[in-house]
Ligand binder design. Structure first.
Ligand SMILES: Cc1cc2nc3c(=O)[nH]c(=O)nc-3n(C[C@H](O)[C@H](O)[C@H](O)COP(=O)(O)OP(=O)(O)OC[C@H]3O[C@@H](n4cnc5c(N)ncnc54)[C@H](O)[C@@H]3O)c2cc1C
Length: 424
């Protein structure tokens, strides 16, 4: 197993490239964007297509944050079932967000087609797997709610789930045909390339170190350049760094993944033959999917960057063998992790960080579709001056309580669970 948790499999297999030199000198634009993930690149693409001058500044490489490290499940909706979304937001805002995010995977796959993004798109649906009888009861409730909202989801029996996954470890599943899998880093790099082709200036290795408003204009400073802009979108999410007073609080939660080598054809044909991406109902969740080369990519909650991370490695090896006994001897490689911006209510937040300035964060582990949709709608709202075009009403600030303690709680819980279960 490799040991650098900051280098993902996706960096090794992405076929998309974007040439994004650091910003040098000064630029004046309609819209400045901080952060080159799905949210920022979607803002840049849609604003440039609408005719605005745009400058996107990314501290590292495009996709350095969650967008380059995730599982690649392009899902419809949020983590929460519809009733909980309405309970948090009220019926009107809840209905609107549910409807917007129901079509998020369609928007992602359409962008991929329109811009010929080379990111292994497979729109074959996802399977939300019941890891226990209680997990199955939760899925039944979720299925009822989704169905009554008109979502084309299907509740599968244990036998059907075994047939679809190639594993006998699950008690049933919800199949969502709207969703699918992508190579996540290639998707964000393709979005950045498309934004550039639409006229946006895209600069990597350009951390914004200072941000101020002077009169009607935002001023952003990077090590070698500066940008003046009428409007600003901060899309830094869980990787926000180098700027104080974010007003976008979240609980950082780590999630790690490992991949097998490309599997022999006879094994590969028996695992996920329909090409669905999967995650389960476990409190310390597990996900798995195939990539285009036939690697099985498996992950769970946990931080690989500390001394106790051996518990995560041991556990995932056993978990793989438990789910797919045929893979018991397959070595796991390319371990990496990423940071998720979790909010207490699992609802993403739009923050009005100043006049003509917004930030979006807190997708709580589901940002491929939402980041793409929120980016498009934030660009539209700021350029048109119409706040009603936002996906959610913005708040002046978002704070979370006990973030350090809750982060430690999540990691200790995952490590302990993995330690105990690795030894049974
Ligand atoms: C391991 C993992 C698994 C996940 N799995 C899934 C999944 O299967 N499906 C799904 O839908 N979602 C998933 N998510 C969530 C999803 O990846 C994120 O919600 C999404 O990538 C957020 O995109 P973003 O553009 O908002 O932020 P990010 O992609 O994190 O981008 C923020 C960017 O801002 C940059 N930045 C920060 N500070 C500055 C600065 N001062 N100046 C310039 N740039 C700056 C960072 O370098 C970073 O590149 C997962 C997340 C993780 C970590």
């Amino acid at each position: 197993m490799t040991t650098d948790p900051e280098i993902s499999l996706w960096t090794k297999t992405s076929r998309e490239r974007v040439d994004a030199p650091p910003l040098t000198g000064s630029a004046t634009v309609d819209l400045a964007v901080i952060g080159g993930g799905y949210t920022g690149c979607s803002v840049a693409l849609h604003a440039a297509q609408a005719g605005a001058s745009v400058c996107l500044l990314e501290a590292h490489q495009i996709g350095h944050g969650g967008s380059g490290r995730n599982v690649g499940l392009a899902n419809a909706g949020l983590w929460l079932p519809p009733a909980e979304i309405r309970a948090h937001l009220g019926d009107a805002a809840g209905d609107r967000l549910i409807a917007l995010l129901a079509q998020a995977p369609a928007e992602v796959f359409r962008l991929i087609r329109d811009h010929a993004i080379d990111c292994e798109p497979v729109q074959a649906g996802t399977l939300h797997l019941a890891h226990s009888p209680k997990g199955l009861r939760d899925l039944q409730t979720r299925h009822e709610q989704l169905s009554s909202d008109g979502a084309p989801v299907e509740l599968l029996s244990a036998q059907d789930t075994t047939r679809r996954t190639g594993s006998a470890a699950f008690h049933g599943a919800i199949f969502d045909p709207r969703a699918g899998t992508i190579q996540p880093l290639a998707y964000v790099q393709g979005l950045a390339r498309a934004a550039q082709q639409a006229g946006a200036a895209i600069h990597a290795n350009s951390p914004v170190q200072a941000l101020r408003r002077d009169g009607e204009i935002w001023h952003l400073d990077t090590p070698q350049g500066s940008v003046r802009a009428k409007a600003l979108i901060q899309a830094t999410n869980a990787y926000h760094a180098g700027l104080p007073d974010t007003r976008q609080d979240y609980v950082p939660v780590y999630y790690f993944q490992y991949a097998t080598d490309p599997l022999p054809e006879e094994i590969r044909a028996t695992l996920l033959p329909g090409g669905e991406g999967c995650w389960d109902t476990g409190l310390i969740m597990t996900s798995f999917r195939m990539d285009q080369a036939g690697r099985l990519v498996i992950g769970a909650m946990g931080d690989l960057g500390h001394a106790g991370s051996f518990a995560h490695r041991g556990w995932i090896t056993r978990k793989l063998a438990q789910i797919f006994p045929a893979l018991a001897d397959q070595p796991l490689k390319d371990g990496w992790h990423g940071r998720i911006a979790m909010t207490a209510d699992h609802i993403p937040k739009l923050v009005q960080i100043g006049p003509n300035a917004l930030s979006a964060h807190g997708y709580s582990g589901r940002g491929i579709g939402p980041g793409t949709v929120f980016g498009r709608m934030m660009a539209d709202s700021l350029l048109s001056g119409d706040p009603a075009r936002l996906p959610l009403p913005p708040v002046p600030a978002h704070s979370e309580s006990w973030t350090g303690l809750r982060r430690a709680f999540f990691e200790a819980g995952a490590a302990l669970t993995h330690l105990v279960k690795a030894r049974v």
